[in-house]
Design a protein around this ligand. Structure first.
Ligand SMILES: Cc1cc2nc3c(=O)[nH]c(=O)nc-3n(C[C@H](O)[C@H](O)[C@H](O)COP(=O)(O)OP(=O)(O)OC[C@H]3O[C@@H](n4cnc5c(N)ncnc54)[C@H](O)[C@@H]3O)c2cc1C
Length: 475
């Protein structure tokens, strides 16, 4: 297969790199595209879109390849693969950064931190910038600097007709609004421009860990602690067995524990004050909070979620951490069969909540916490283990039903989360506005292997898988 004028690499079955090129972060995803177009630049992306349309091929778009639903790869069709487009250019004076559409958060953090700057990114450095940004972007810096999309100033986009447009506050503002949370529905983003903010480069960060038996007490304390925390303090709670990381004392490896992972995006001295009460609560197994480079903190849990393991997620936003919700979490978090499975809760609020709900397509800004239940098993453990871990995640989510607010972070949805959950992510008003923008930029739903927004959809559509389904389901 040839694409006229294509400068990057075209990889097909039988090529030595085919299996590596079609694999994504979630090792349970096993799809065989007809063609992987590893693009070298914007012109390649545009050529690949036109080629796919001319040959009636399904299009999957790959940024970092991290989406748990595996939407970055398809069966039969073409993967427009941006993984070779990872350049990051910082303008320290203007405090902005230009990032190509296949970059990872580690690339951005490293380049920006060389100037003491950062923007809100994910908490694992090998996550892709594109998919994370297009879903909203939550992370340790969000309470101080907002979601990733709150720092998104502009984007270069290859649209469904193979054209190139720039979305900014002045050009195609409707498109910029939709890109700020509406996912990969509106085109292929070849580059992003973000605002940067002063961070570190040394920050006070790390986890405090307590025994699993103390979970309910710790979470009750944490609920009040988090509610009073300054915006500079980002915290993420991890519940599960302790991963065997070199930074964690060996006697704690694989022990069930609750960890509150902190990152204070201000002066270290202020951070010490902000986390003092947390460190003193109860009897921690370990207190690993210390001044460290922000970049090192952002990489600190990379090895706990490597590429190739099998993953299945269930997620929801939470109405709050009531005593009953805490009891449900404490009862279910350690019931997984695999020592690799865990749950993670992000504390939202701060700058995220200060913008109105429809400022960006990421809408659920008044949520205090969300939870992502991550079932994990090894490739050689498939079969019964996969079924047991999957059942655990579903059971856990089901038990949380009374505590759900009716919204969910779109980037945490898995392949079996149907159309109704995509609508849940946005709420009806924002979903409808997204559906209108979709009509303007992709009326034929060319980009539909994603958390799909149906063009012009006004009423709840048939409930069914919306992401990762290898079959065609254009509107
Ligand atoms: C270990 C891990 C940690 C995570 N931590 C966080 C976190 O801290 N905060 C957070 O907010 N999320 C987090 N996530 C979720 C993450 O935001 C999503 O998985 C996101 O989809 C990853 O982006 P990606 O580019 O790697 O995805 P990919 O799998 O490459 O792409 C996912 C979808 O995004 C779209 N897409 C990708 N690239 C482009 C592009 N250039 N142009 C247009 N559309 C594109 C496509 O629709 C594609 O199907 C995490 C995920 C993992 C696996």
């Amino acid at each position: 297969m040839e694409i006229d004028g294509f400068r990057g690499r075209l990889i097909t079955a039988g090529h030595a790199d085919y299996d590596a090129a079609r694999s994504v972060w979630n090792g349970s995803v096993d799809r065989r595209p007809r063609l992987i177009a590893r693009c070298a630049g914007t012109a390649d992306v545009a050529a690949a879109v036109r080629f796919a349309r001319d040959h009636d091929l399904e299009i999957a778009v790959r940024g970092g390849g991290h989406n748990v639903a595996g939407t970055a790869v398809c069966d039969e069709g073409i993967v427009i693969d941006l993984s070779a487009m990872r350049s990051v250019r910082v303008d320290p004076a203007g405090r902005t950064v230009r990032v190509q559409g296949g970059a990872l958060w580690g690339d951005v953090d490293e380049a920006s931190q060389a100037h003491g700057l950062a923007t809100t990114g994910g908490i694992v450095s090998h996550t892709g910038v594109a998919g994370l940004t297009l879903g909203g972007g939550i992370g340790f810096l969000m309470r101080r600097y907002g979601l990733t999309v709150d720092s998104l100033l502009a984007a270069e986009v290859v649209t469904a007709d193979g054209g190139v447009v720039r979305a900014s506050a002045d050009d195609h503002p409707d498109l910029l609004w939709a890109l700020r949370g509406g996912g990969g529905n509106f085109g292929v983003v070849t580059s992003f421009r973000f605002a940067l903010h002063p961070v570190g480069p040394t920050v006070l960060a790390g986890p405090v860990l307590w025994a699993a038996d103390d979970t309910a007490d710790v979470l009750r304390f944490y609920r009040d602690f988090a509610a009073e925390a300054p915006d500079e303090l980002g915290t993420v709670v991890r519940l599960g067995t302790v991963p065997p990381l070199p930074a964690v004392p060996e006697e704690l490896h694989w022990r069930p524990a609750v960890a509150v992972v902190c990152c204070h995006a201000g002066a270290v001295r202020d951070g010490e004050r902000a986390v003092r009460a947390l460190r003193r609560f109860g009897r921690p197994l370990a207190d690993l909070v210390a001044p460290k480079p922000y970049v090192a903190h952002q990489r600190s849990t990379d090895d706990t979620v490597p590429h190739g393991w099998h993953y299945y997620w269930k997620a929801t936003d939470l109405a709050g951490l009531s005593d009953h919700a805490i009891a449900v979490i404490a009862d279910h978090a350690y019931e997984a069969g695999s020592p690799r499975s865990y749950a993670v809760m992000f504390h939202m609020g701060g700058a995220v909540a200060r913008l109105a709900g429809d400022t960006t397509a990421y809408a659920a800004r008044d949520v205090a916490h969300n939870i992502n239940i991550d079932a994990v098993w090894l490739p050689e453990e498939s079969g019964e283990r996969a079924a047991a871990e999957t059942a655990w995640a579903r059971r856990f989510l089901h038990a949380l039903q009374p505590h759900r607010v009716g919204s969910v972070y779109v980037n945490f949805l898995d392949a079996d989360d149907g159309t109704s959950r995509v609508r849940e992510a946005y709420g009806e008003r924002v979903y409808r506005r997204l559906a209108d923008v979709k009509v303007a930029y992709d009326p034929g739903n060319v980009f539909h292997l994603n958390k799909n927004i149906r063009p012009g959809a006004t009423s709840p559509a048939v409930v069914g898988p919306s992401a990762g389904s290898p079959g065609r389901h254009r509107a």
